[in-house]
Design a protein around this ligand. Structure first.
Ligand code: 1HE
Length: 267
């Protein structure tokens, strides 16, 4: 069923457990998980493969003290890239991150330490973000004489709005803690972001895969459409998802009184 066991991974780790929970770990801690071209290649292959490998949810994390320090600045400096080369590199980043956002498998980013530049672009391609008290978000491109190239103008602007993103880039403003949640960069704060992300992934995995596929691909696609086309696409997706046999079983359980009731937990 899966070809993920055949992937050759040097800068990342991939685990898929028996419950279908995948854990993808950026594994260059000595370089603060900076994204060199080879790491982006590996992420592309991982997220190309996961939807067909039986993954029901995925946790994305970084080894060491930081989630990700963004573009590998040392490699970029050494390569002395031509504009065309860097354009193609960015297109490759987009390929990897689009596979995440549109792949249909819920991805929960477990964040700690630096989540900066391309690291924030990567985290923004996940469907949910969990931070701990060490995590901080930044877009230091302005300070480096650079510009975002991994989708921040789309996803970070979508999360926090154009004005806040411009502020981060012009002034180097960092967000962390409750403020990061308030502005929309993070969904949850936890003492242990990796444990919380695992817990959320397991809860997501209780949903039917086809529902999760729609939630984690259709909503993004529909945001790219006119309202008229999005309404049409939503109807088609709902036609497929809402009539699946497994959904019928869940509805029968509701009718019989054994299905869950949607109420806040006490206390
Ligand atoms: C790196 C990178 C990197 C660390 N590329 N090698 N991103 C940035 O501007 C953030 C750059 N990094 C930092 O500000 C700091 O490294 C951290 C705050 C993340 C961590 O600080 P610290 O004190 O723990 O580590 P360090 O001593 O700065 O770095 C440790 C090693 O990691 C060192 O390598 P070493 O061989 O000298 O030991 C660093 O060179 C290496 N390292 N960060 C390469 N980013 C598609 S466009 C996207 C544009 C961007 O992403 S711009 C934002 C870039």
């Amino acid at each position: 069923m899966s070809r993920i066991s055949e992937l050759k991974l040097e800068h990342t780790l991939l685990d898929l457990d028996e419950d279908g929970i995948a854990t993808v770990t950026l594994n260059r801690p000595a370089k603060r998980n900076a994204l060199n071209a080879a790491t982006i290649d590996e992420l592309t292959e991982i997220f190309r493969s996961l939807p067909r490998a039986g993954a029901r949810a995925c946790v994305l994390r970084g080894a060491g003290d930081h989630f990700c320090a963004g573009l590998d600045l040392v490699e970029h400096h050494a390569e002395d890239r031509a504009p065309e080369d860097f354009m193609h590199l960015c297109l490759h980043w987009h390929e990897a991150f689009n596979k995440m956002e549109y792949g249909g498998v819920p991805i929960i980013a477990a964040l700690h330490g630096a989540v900066v530049g391309g690291g924030l672009e990567l985290a923004a391609a996940a469907h949910l973000r969990v931070i701990d008290e060490t995590a901080y978000f930044g877009l230091p491109e302005g300070q480096r004489g650079l510009f975002t190239g991994g989708g921040a103008t789309i996803r970070v602007a979508d999360l926090i709005g154009k004005s806040r993103m411009i502020d981060m880039m012009l002034t180097g403003r960092l967000y962390r803690g409750e403020e990061a949640v308030t502005v929309g960069l993070a969904n949850y704060i936890a003492a242990d972001s990796a444990a919380k992300a695992q817990e959320i992934a397991r809860r997501c995995a209780e949903n039917l895969p086809l529902s999760n596929f729609a939630i984690c691909s259709a909503i993004s696609h529909m945001q790219n459409m006119s309202p008229l086309d999005a309404a049409y696409a939503e109807s088609v997706v709902a036609g497929v998802v809402n009539t699946q046999q497994a959904a019928r079983d869940r509805l029968a359980a509701f009718r019989d009184g054994s299905g869950p009731r949607i109420k806040p937990t006490q206390g």
